[in-house]
Write a new protein. Structure first.
Length: 237
C-alpha cells in the first residue's frame, strides 16, 4: 500500500514537471517567433529612411518594443546631414503610437485602478496629476529605457488628459530625447549610446529626479522672467 502511494506521488510529480516543461517550451517558442517576425519587420522598414524611423517609433510606442535609441543612432550616424529629420520623425511616430495605450487607459483604466486602490486614493492621484500633467508626461518622454513610459501614458489616459496636451508633451519630450541622442551620436559615435543606456539603467531614479529638478527650476525661472516683464501700473495720487 505504501509502495503504491509513493508511485502515485512520483507519477504526479513527473506529470507536473512535464506540464512545466511543456509550458516553458511553448513560451520559448512564442518568444522566438516574436523575435523573428520583429526582426523581419525592422528589416522591411529599414530601407524607407526617415519614414521607416517614424513607423518603427510608432510600433515601439504602441505595441512592439524595439531598441529605439540604437535604431535612431544608426540612422543618424549613416546620414548625419539629415539627423534632425530622423529626430523629428521618431518623435512624431512615438507621439502617434502612444495614442493606443493612452486611449486604452481612457476607455477602461479607471476600473483597472479602482480594483487596486480605493476611491479616495484614486481621486487624490487624479488631482495631483491634473495640477502638473504636462510635466508628468514630458519628463518620462525625455528619458531613455528602462523608463516605464507606457505606464505614464496609460495613466494620462486614465486621468483624462486632453489629447492635444498629451501629444504636445510626448512630442516635446521625444524631440529633446532624440536630439540629445543625435548630438551624442554625431559627436562621439554610436558606441556612446550603449554607455549612456547602461548608466541610465543603473541610475534611473537619480536620472528622473535630476531631470525633474532641472525642469522645475527652468519653469520657475521662466515664470519669474515673464512676471518681471509685466508693466507696473501707475500709482498716481
Amino acid at each position: 500500500m505504501e509502495t503504491e502511494r509513493k508511485l502515485v506521488q512520483v507519477s504526479r510529480c513527473q506529470f507536473s514537471l512535464y506540464k512545466f516543461d511543456s509550458a516553458g517550451s511553448i513560451l520559448k517558442h512564442l518568444a522566438a517567433l516574436f523575435l523573428k517576425y520583429k526582426l523581419i519587420l525592422l528589416a522591411a522598414l529599414k530601407p524607407f529612411g526617415y519614414w521607416g524611423v517614424g513607423a518603427i517609433a510608432l510600433m515601439d510606442s504602441s505595441s512592439i518594443p524595439v531598441p529605439m535609441d540604437l535604431i535612431v543612432a544608426g540612422y543618424v550616424w549613416s546620414d548625419r546631414p539629415r539627423a534632425w529629420l530622423y529626430v523629428l520623425m521618431a518623435a512624431i511616430g512615438s507621439a502617434i503610437g502612444g495614442l493606443l495605450p493612452f486611449f486604452l487607459g481612457r476607455a477602461g483604466g479607471e476600473l483597472f485602478l479602482l480594483k487596486r486602490v480605493d476611491r479616495a486614493r484614486y481621486e487624490n492621484l487624479r488631482d495631483r496629476f491634473a495640477r502638473q500633467e504636462f510635466l508628468a508626461l514630458l519628463i518620462p518622454s525625455m528619458l531613455p529605457p528602462p523608463t516605464p513610459w507606457k505606464m505614464f501614458v496609460f495613466g494620462a489616459g486614465v486621468f483624462e488628459m486632453k489629447t492635444l496636451n498629451f501629444m504636445a508633451a510626448v512630442l516635446a519630450g521625444r524631440i529633446i530625447r532624440f536630439s540629445v541622442l543625435a548630438f551624442v551620436t554625431v559627436r562621439y559615435g554610436p558606441e556612446m549610446v550603449h554607455v549612456i543606456g547602461d548608466v541610465a539603467r543603473r541610475h534611473l531614479a537619480i536620472l528622473i529626479g535630476a531631470v525633474g529638478i532641472i525642469l522645475v527650476v527652468l519653469l520657475v525661472a521662466g515664470v519669474r522672467a515673464m512676471m518681471s516683464k509685466r508693466p507696473v501700473p501707475d500709482q498716481g495720487v
